[in-house]
Design a protein around this ligand. Sequence first.
Ligand code: NDP
Ligand code: HSE
Length: 437
Amino acid sequence: MRLALLGCGTVGSEVVRLLHEQSADLAARIGAPLEIAGIAVRRVGRDRGDLPVDPALFTTDPLGLIKRDDVDVVVEVVGGIEPARGWLVEALRAGKSVVTANKALLAEDGAALHDAAAEGGADLYYEASVAGAIPLLRPLRDSLHGDRINRVTGIVNGTTNFILSAMDATGAGFAEALEEATELGYAEADPTADVEGFDAAAKAAILASLAFHTRVTAADVHREGITEVTAADVASARAMGCTIKLLCIAARGADAEGRETVSVRVHPAMIPLTHPLASVGDAFNAVFVEAEAAGQLMFYGRGAGGAPTASAVLGDVVAVARNRLAGARAASESAYADLAVRPMGEALTRYHISLDVADRPGVLEAVAGVFARHEVSIATVRQGPAGGGPAGRGSDAELVIVTHVAPDAALAATVRELRGLDIVGSVTSVLRVEGGQ
Ligand code: NDP
Ligand code: HSE
């Protein structure tokens, strides 16, 4: 079994190392030796330390490598949309099995890859693209195929989970926690993809596609990052027995006509400390799946890093290599349900709203009236001195209101109207609440 490796960076170099260290076991598990036919990189002359590989295998010609007759399996760990899409479409159409960790490409144009795989009769595996080492996509794609998944809620970005966990543990602000994440090597020099939620949104699209048998792209995912989360938000969450996490949520629902739909979103949210995802700290990932017959399932582990991600890549390599030796192919993409993706405004959620108001008769009634006009039901109200200062300091008060479940558009319109009331000094924090009753 001959393998073309595209990319030899953080993940690719660990793939090479594991292929070398485990070669005898891998050969026994597959039923044939696994050899590297070539490694495509950008810079052949780059210092790759003591990587256990023949330097003659390196090339800057990925397409030439893919097209070689002796290549059976293509492993892509370069990343990005192009030229990776062109390479993988070429490989799949030529009937070569593909293993990729490229979440950005799968979320942007997974259809091109699945169509090419069907055309070439080839396997397309991508376990490493979501939640690194955690076996998650194959359980969704195989083990749970007899069940009906209703909801997937996940922490799928390690960098932001590290930042939010640090803010929760130390009371630090976002900028300070990001600095620590950068110093420790969790956050990249340009952290935009992580902190603005793009990385999590790509993973949400891949999860939703598999869970609901529907093609969902990154463009279908409502996305908000964590840059606006403040130390005060985190303290407010704590006061309610909650913590703040960047969640990806993919859920079934129905539109106004009762037709089944899905909603897919990524945003920071408060979750109760009793929720299984609340205890997922540091840079770990976890995904909570709710299925009709199986009930609640939780998948937990390392979502990034060279070796953990390479573990998922090699698991896929063994699977596709076995299939090739058996002359078989895994089940192709399942997108038969073709459910419509609902806009964020129709997603059902709850809000936690903090606002500074004038402390005088009739204020509570006016505030409650805004909620009533938008048909948003209030679950709890807490009043204290404004800005958390000493009681009786002045004439202002802080109101903290938590709602029952309502369409996101109604909740957003409520907040907009509250901001316009002259009795409201400022709306100091708005966060969604998930995972409660
Ligand atoms: P790196 O940036 O560390 O490595 C990229 C590799 O691709 C390098 O070897 C680089 O060559 C090579 N490369 C870049 N452009 C080209 C090109 N045009 N032609 C040929 N080779 C090229 O990336 P990672 O290993 O971190 O990530 C790889 C993939 O894995 C991405 O899709 C990423 O999203 C995904 N992933 C990464 C995780 C992680 O923890 N790092 C976790 C989960 C998924 P050279 O060495 O010469 O620079
Ligand atoms: N930047 C990602 C994270 C890497 O922080 O989880 C894995 O996709």
